[in-house]
Design a binder for this molecule. Structure first.
Ligand code: HEM
Length: 127
């Protein structure tokens, strides 16, 4: 198999499931779907390195030359990078900010209301 095909991040993000897994390692893209069940480190750990550049995950383990040799047979193309099409990450962040802002305003308003009510009660009490 040749590594001539150029594969973008958007495409890699489509293959992040058990039985359909592509990994980006050292500028290359590997289709390791078939290898998930055979991987000595387990399939789950490979899923964590999916949908992104997984070079660091692969290198941090200190894979043997034998493991690197096995990689070759899963090669499907070269990694072209590009924009992510997974929007959830940023949207989740936005939601967290909005909720945070809302409760922030309440922490200022609530004591203010309590003070106002106390003043009102005192005024009524004097009459
Ligand atoms: C980036 C994703 C990967 C991660 C996070 C990962 C992680 C690990 C871990 C934690 C082990 C140690 C297992 C143990 O001793 O209990 C291991 C072993 C191993 N992995 Fe991976 N692995 C990844 C991808 C791959 C790929 C793509 C291949 C080959 C196609 C591979 C081949 C091997 C082999 C052969 C071993 C046995 C030890 C060795 O020869 O280095 N791994 N891996």
């Amino acid at each position: 198999m040749t590594a001539s095909r150029s594969i973008t991040l958007a495409e890699v993000e489509q293959h992040v499931a058990h039985g359909d897994l592509w990994l980006v390692i050292d500028g290359n893209v590997y289709d390791v779907s078939e290898y998930m069940d055979d991987h000595p480190g387990g399939g789950e750990i490979m899923l964590n390195a999916a949908g992104k550049d997984g070079t660091d995950d692969f290198e941090d383990v200190g894979h043997s030359p034998g493991a690197r040799e096995q990689l070759k047979k899963f090669l499907i193309g070269t990694y072209a990078g590009g924009e992510s099409t997974v929007k959830n990450k940023s949207e989740k962040g936005k939601n967290a900010l909005t909720t945070g802002g809302g409760s922030g305003a309440m922490t200022v308003l609530l004591p203010l209301i309590v003070v106002l009510l106390a003043v009102l009660a005192a005024m009524i009490g004097k009459k």
